[in-house]
Design a binder for this molecule. Sequence first.
Ligand SMILES: Cc1ncc(COP(=O)(O)O)c(C=O)c1O
Length: 432
Amino acid sequence: MHSWCIQDNWNAPEIVGGQGATFWDSEGHHYIDMSSLAECSNLGHQHPDVIAAIRQQAGQLCFITSEWGAEPRRALAEKILDVSGFEGGRVFFTLAGADANENAVKFARWASGKNNGYVLARQRSYHGASNATMNYSGDPRGIMYPELEHVVRVEPPYCYRCPFGFKSNTECRRDCVSDVRQAVENAGAKSIAAVLMESHAGTNGIVAPSDYWPSLHQICRENGIYLIADEVMAGFGRTGKWFGWQHAGNEFRPDMMTLAKGITGAHIPLGAVVVSAQVNAELQSQMLFTGLTYCGHPLSCAAGLAAVQAYENEKLIDRSEQLGRSLQASLKGLQAHHEIIGDVRGSGLFAVLELVKNRTTRESIVPWGSSSHALRGLVNQARERGVSFAVRSNLIVIAPPLVITENELAMALSVLDELLTELAPALQGLTS
Ligand SMILES: Cc1ncc(COP(=O)(O)O)c(C=O)c1O
C-alpha cells in the first residue's frame, strides 16, 4: 500500500536512480525534483559522502542498541549540539519526525513535572502521522481527537487569510499572539507542559511573521512552559538557516527542537530531539520510559554525521539563503504574470504559492483540505515535461534540494510558468 493516497488512484512510475536534484525512472525519464521529495532530500539524491559513510559503517558494525555506546551516535550528537548552539544540551535519537515530537512532549511533561500537561499547538500545523502526532497536528487530513492527547488549540499566524479578519499588516494587532496568551490563561500555565510549533516551513503552508516566534518564546518564559520547535521540515538549511527558529536570533532558542528529514538528507531514516541544558538537568536522574528498538541506529547516525558535514563543507545553508533570494524573486515575478497566484511566501529554498480563483476576493481554487483535480493535472503534466512538483489543496510547495543548479531551477520554473498559463482556466474552475 502507499501512504497519503487513495490506493485505487495511485499510479506512478518506478524510480530507479538519482543524482543531485534529479531522479529518473525505469524508462529513462528524468525529473527535476522541486520538492526534495517530501521536503527531505535537502542534499540531493545519492550524496556520495553520505553513501560512503553508510557503506563504511555497514562494513564495521550495523547495529548496537542504545544500552551500549556507539561512536557515530556520540559524534553526531556532538555535531548537532555544536551547529545549533545548544550548549550543555543533549540529543535523543529517534526513527523519524513523528516519534521525535512524541518524545519531545514526553520530555516536556517529565521535565516540568506536569505529567499529564497540555500541549498547546496550532490549527494548520503538521507534526506527524502517528496517532498522537496526528492529534497534536491541526490538520484536516485524518480523524483527530486532540482531547485524547491533551491538546489545546490556537489559531495560526496565517497573514494571507487572517483568522481574526485583519486585511493587512498595518491593521494587524497580532491577535494570533493574544490567542496563545488567552489559551494559556484559560487552561492555566500550571497545566500546560509545552508549546509545540513549527518554527517556519510546514506542509500547511504557514509562514509566521518574524515577531511571532519571539512572542511565543516570551509567553513560554513568563509562564514556565517549555517551547518545542518542530524543525522536521524547516531544519537543515531549508529556510536559509540551519534551523528555522534562528531567524529570530539566538536569544530565542527553544527549550527543545525536533529533527528528521534533512538530518540525513533522507538517505536513511533518522529523527532526533535536542534538549537544552536546563531540560537535560531535569531529566538526568529520571527513568526515561521511552525508545524504540532502532533509536540511534549506527547506520543512520553515520549517515547523519556525513550529512551535517556535507552541509558545512559545501556551505549549503548559505547557498539556500542566497539562491533562495533569487527563487523568491522569480516567484514574485511569476505572480506578477499569473493572476492565479494569490500569495508567495517563504524564505531560503522554501516557498509556497497559494492559488486563488480571484486575487481581489482571495477565493481559494478549492477549500482547504480538499484536493484540486486540476492541480493534480498540473503535477502530471509537469512530470511529462521532466519536473516533479509537490502540491496540496491550493498550494504549490517549492522546496528543491539545496544543491539544485541555477540552470535546473530556471528550467523547472519555466515549466511552471508554461503550465500556469495553459491550465489557469481549469485551475480557476472556468473549464473542466
Ligand atoms: C513539520 C513536520 N513535523 C513532523 C513531521 C513528521 O515527520 P515523519 O514523517 O518523519 O514522521 C513532518 C513530516 O512531513 C513535518 O513536516
